[in-house]
Design a protein. Structure first.
Length: 285
């Protein structure tokens, strides 16, 4: 009689079907839609039907088969300009979230792992940033640096990192008190091994949930700053600026302010759906 040799059980594979089932159909729409919008934004200048900066027809043409979103006051195709506007809004928003996530999570990891006076000092700094209105801080930073896309990104990154620092720090402190982490430390597990094997797997889902839900907030704040004239100067087709510049023609040429504003709304809705779906999927795992 031959026995079967003992084998180490394989790590279970990630099941995408279960992930999307837990996310729900609305969450799945958002999760699939985010990479689609990202690809469209990245390819913006190469997939627009017309040059966004050139006159291609008569001024103030309403939406039609030839110009899906109509034309603006110069005769530029509004649909092409909106696609480019998505690039100026969506990609910087993702970059701000990515930068803030990396910086904030590292600060939170240091705070949670070090404890003591280091944790106390970092927590006081984070508390100071969180007490002050983030949008006002961002507006003050842009006002001091000058308008522009890069300065807007810097301003928002300055005020957004602390949320991820708080999430990371709180999760680390919670996990350090868990029995299996205490047992690992008693067994001599220290340093990178403890962090990578026992702590990060519990921190990453919370950070991903927070980041996915923050995308819409960043996009809305960027659009607000663009609306106030703190983004790229004209004739750059930023969605917020396009809405602001054409508000006076709302009752006559409604498509000029309404359609860019509608795209901002749809981007925020898509990001929120994705965030809710990721939260439901990860918490239900």
């Amino acid at each position: 009689m031959t026995g079967r040799p003992d084998t180490v059980p394989a790590r279970p594979r990630f099941n995408w079907r279960d992930f999307f089932r837990r996310a729900g159909w609305l969450g799945s729409v958002g999760i699939v839609g985010v990479p689609v919008v990202t690809i469209v934004a990245a390819l913006g200048p190469w997939i627009t039907p017309f040059d966004p900066q050139l006159r291609v027809g008569g001024a103030y043409l309403p939406p039609s088969a030839g110009h899906w979103f109509g034309t603006d006051e110069i005769g530029r195709d509004l649909f092409s300009r909106v696609i480019l506007g998505v690039q100026y809004t969506w990609l910087p928003g993702l970059a701000i979230i990515g930068f803030s996530l990396i910086v904030g999570s590292l600060v939170g990891l240091v705070s949670g792992l070090a404890g003591g006076k280091v944790d106390l000092v970092i927590e006081r700094i984070v508390d100071l940033f969180m007490v002050l209105p983030g949008t006002l801080i961002a507006l003050a930073v842009v006002a001091s640096l000058g308008p522009g896309l890069v300065n807007t990104m810097i301003a928002l990154a300055v005020v957004w990192w602390m949320w991820y620092a708080r999430i990371s720090r709180d999760e680390i402190r919670r996990l350090k008190a868990r029995p299996h982490v205490e047992a690992a430390r008693i067994a001599g597990v220290r340093g990178p091994r403890l962090l990578l094997r026992y702590l990060l797997p519990g921190v990453v889902p919370a950070l991903l949930i927070g980041a996915s839900l923050d995308v819409a907030n960043v996009i809305m704040t960027m659009s607000l700053m663009s609306f106030l004239g703190l983004g790229l100067p004209a004739p750059a087709p930023e969605l917020g600026a396009m809405t602001a510049r054409t508000l006076d023609s709302l009752t006559v040429h409604w498509w000029l302010p309404i359609l860019p504003a509608a795209i901002i709304f749809l981007l925020c809705l898509l990001a929120n759906l994705a965030g809710d779906g990721i939260r439901a999927a990860l918490r239900g795992a």
